[in-house]
Design a protein around this ligand. Structure first.
Ligand code: 13P
Length: 198
C-alpha cells in the first residue's frame, strides 16, 4: 500500500481469510517496520492470538468477511483523492466506465461513524452491498478482493477514479453513463476477463 502511494504511516489495515479465521494487520504499527510475525490471527468470535493487538477496525474486517463469501481479502486505506470525496460524503457516479470494476454503477459513500466502532462496520456493510468498494464518510475507502493482489489493484483503481472525478468536477458536474450502458460495460468486462492477464 505504501509503495503505491495509497497509504502512509499507520493508517489503513488489511485482512485475509485463512482456515482458522483471518489474519489482520496489527494496530498502530508502521508498515515499513511490520514483519510477518506482527500479523494477528483473529477468529470470527472477535478473539485473537499473536504478540500484537489487532487493527482497531477488526469489526468491519470480520463482518465483511462473514457477510461476503465471494471475497477473501479486505483492504482499508486513507488514499488522498478517495478521502477527499469521502470528506464531502460524495458517492462516485458512473462518470467513467471503469466504475464498473467496483461491481456496480456507483461507488457509494457510507455515513460517518467513529473509527473502530460497530456503527462504522454496519454502515460499511450497507455501502458495500453488491459492490467491491466503498468510501467511508470523513475517513477513507474500503476495497475487497479474492486475493491480496486483487484488493490492492482495486484500491489503486478507486483512488485513480476518485482523482479523475475530483478533476472532472473542476469543470462542473460531469455527465454520467446510463444504467443500460454500465450493464453493457459490466458484461463486456466479464466476457473479456477485463484486467486479468492470466
Ligand atoms: P489501525 O492502526 O488500528 O489499523 O488503524 C488505522 C486506521 O486506518 C483506522 O481506521
Amino acid at each position: 500500500m505504501n509503495e503505491t502511494g495509497i497509504n502512509q504511516g499507520t493508517s489503513g489495515n488489511i485482512s485475509v481469510r485463512n482456515d482458522r479465521g483471518f489474519l489482520i494487520t496489527p494496530t498502530s504499527l508502521p508498515y515499513d517496520i511490520m514483519q510477518e510475525e506482527d500479523l494477528v490471527q483473529m477468529f470470527f468470535d472477535g478473539t485473537h492470538e499473536g504478540k500484537r493487538r489487532p487493527s482497531s477496525e477488526w469489526r468491519f474486517h470480520r463482518d465483511i468477511l462473514t457477510a461476503r463469501a465471494d471475497i477473501d481479502c479486505v483492504l482499508h486505506c486513507h488514499s488522498v483523492y478517495a478521502t477527499t470525496l469521502a470528506c464531502h460524503h460524495r458517492t462516485i457516479p458512473s462518470f467513467h466506465y471503469m466504475i464498473a470494476v467496483a461491481g456496480g454503477t456507483t461507488i457509494r459513500c457510507a455515513p460517518y461513524a467513529t473509527f473502530g466502532t460497530q456503527e462504522l462496520s454496519d454502515a460499511a456493510l450497507v455501502a458495500l452491498d453488491g459492490r467491491l468498494a466503498c468510501l467511508l464518510g470523513q475517513h477513507g475507502q474500503i476495497s475487497l478482493g479474492k486475493s491480496l493482489a486483487s484488493a490492492l489493484a482495486l484500491a489503486v483503481e478507486v483512488e485513480t477514479l476518485s482523482r479523475l472525478y475530483v478533476q472532472a468536477l473542476t469543470l462542473g458536474e460531469p455527465p454520467v453513463l446510463s444504467d443500460e450502458e454500465m450493464a453493457r460495460v459490466a458484461l463486456q468486462m466479464k466476457t473479456m476477463s477485463y484486467g486479468k492477464a492470466e
